[in-house]
Design a protein around this ligand. Structure first.
Ligand code: CP3
Length: 346
């Protein structure tokens, strides 16, 4: 019997991922290292974004900036979802969103895409992980991440950020086999990439499916979901929490529930109690305050935090925003957010 008991998790974040009881709900913020922080903007005034991601000393410094300022319960590596694709030879610039020099429009281009060898192609990412682990404030756990295959495909096919990602979505219907091949190649590359981050010291792994909400459930089920499942299957043996975030995924939750992941991240459009009913008791949830709520007066922000805590329930919840923090956010509002989450439900 005793042999079956797992070692207690050393942090509230890791405990909540495993749905263990916690003294307080852990909190971190998507895009917590970034432009709303004066110390980030100061560094960015001197170094361009791509160079930041390739300099382990600077990437580690930016990763830890929000951890020094706030009592956050986890850090997320400073990098970008497009960084591993640069390592695979795809020409990408940031302005500030990713611009792909030669968008992928042919089977020939898909076939030519090489497999990713993370330690050879993007060694600076793993070096950043190692530097953060060695210097992390309060020993907070580090989350490694990658983009979801469908989200990466959106940028690769369209070549730049967009509202509709028309060419990417059209490709699902116009060239389904080629699209599936591209998704499989991306799924395998991201599995190798996330595994390398874990081996370098990342303590949880998260996949960002930022554009899941563009798809109807049938297309999600045929294209995006099998690709995510393919990545996650290759990571399951690592025995560390796997997190899947699907932006605007409210209509996709029945399909997301079939994924073998520990935590599902949700945007603010789906209340957490309703999401839990579909996801079942075996998954923790992460989210889901509207980033706009950080512009509320302090008392109202507190009420909003308490509503999210109430909807989530006491276990298996990691507090977060429903999507990335806006660059215009007052840094003091983040301090109030973290305090309100740690104070808990009243
Ligand atoms: O704290 C963190 O989360 C920092 C690490 C991080 C960045 N990008 C840094 C970044 C993470 C986890 C990402 C993920 C990412 N990148 C996603 C998934 C999450 C989401 O928001 O949906 C996506 C879709 C991208 C693609 C991307 N990169 C966009 C659309 C942009 C421009 C717009 C924006 O929101 O910033 C980027 C550039 C980028 N990535 C910046 C940062 C801090 C801004 C670059 C700058 O400093 O000028």
């Amino acid at each position: 019997m005793a042999a079956q008991l797992k070692t207690p998790s050393s942090s509230t974040f890791l405990a909540a991922c495993r749905r263990e009881p916690v003294a307080h709900t852990p909190v971190w913020v998507m895009r917590q290292a970034g432009r709303y922080l004066p110390e980030y903007r100061e560094l960015r005034a001197k170094v361009d974004f791509a160079s930041l991601t390739r300099r382990p000393d600077l990437a580690a410094e930016v990763t830890m900036q929000p951890l020094r300022r706030y009592a956050l319960d986890a850090a997320i590596l400073f990098s970008d979802i497009m960084t591993p694709l640069q390592g695979m030879g795809v020409g990408i610039e940031f302005a500030p969103g990713p611009i792909v020099r030669e968008p992928i429009r042919s089977m020939q281009q898909i076939e030519a895409l090489p497999q990713l060898n993370p330690e050879r192609d993007v060694p600076y990412v793993m070096e950043s992980v190692r530097l953060v682990r060695a210097a992390m404030p309060r020993n907070a756990p580090l989350i490694g991440f990658a983009g979801g295959p469908f989200t990466l495909l959106c940028y690769l096919v369209c070549g730049k950020p967009s509202k509709e990602f028309a060419a990417a979505r059209a490709s699902l219907y116009a060239a389904p086999e080629a699209t599936e091949l591209l998704l499989q190649k991306l799924a395998d590359a991201m599995a190798a990439y996330l595994r390398a981050q874990a081996e370098a010291g990342a303590q949880a792994l998260m996949m960002f499916e930022s554009w899941a909400g563009l798809l109807a459930p049938a297309e999600y089920r045929r294209f995006a979901l099998p690709a995510v499942a393919r990545t996650m299957q290759q990571l399951r043996s690592l025995d560390l929490p796997l997190i899947y975030y699907a932006n605007q995924g409210g209509a996709l939750l029945e399909d997301i529930a079939t994924l073998d992941v520990d935590v599902v991240g949700l945007d603010w459009r789906t209340p957490l109690d309703i999401a839990r009913r579909t996801l079942g008791p075996d998954k923790a949830v992460q989210g889901n305050l509207d980033p706009a709520a950080l512009f509320a007066p302090p008392e109202e922000l507190k009420r909003q935090v308490q509503r999210v805590l109430r909807e989530a329930g006491p276990t298996g919840h990691i507090f977060n925003l429903g999507h990335g923090i806006w660059p215009e956010t007052d840094p003091d509002a983040v301090a109030r957010l973290v305090d309100a989450v740690h104070e808990g439900r009243s």
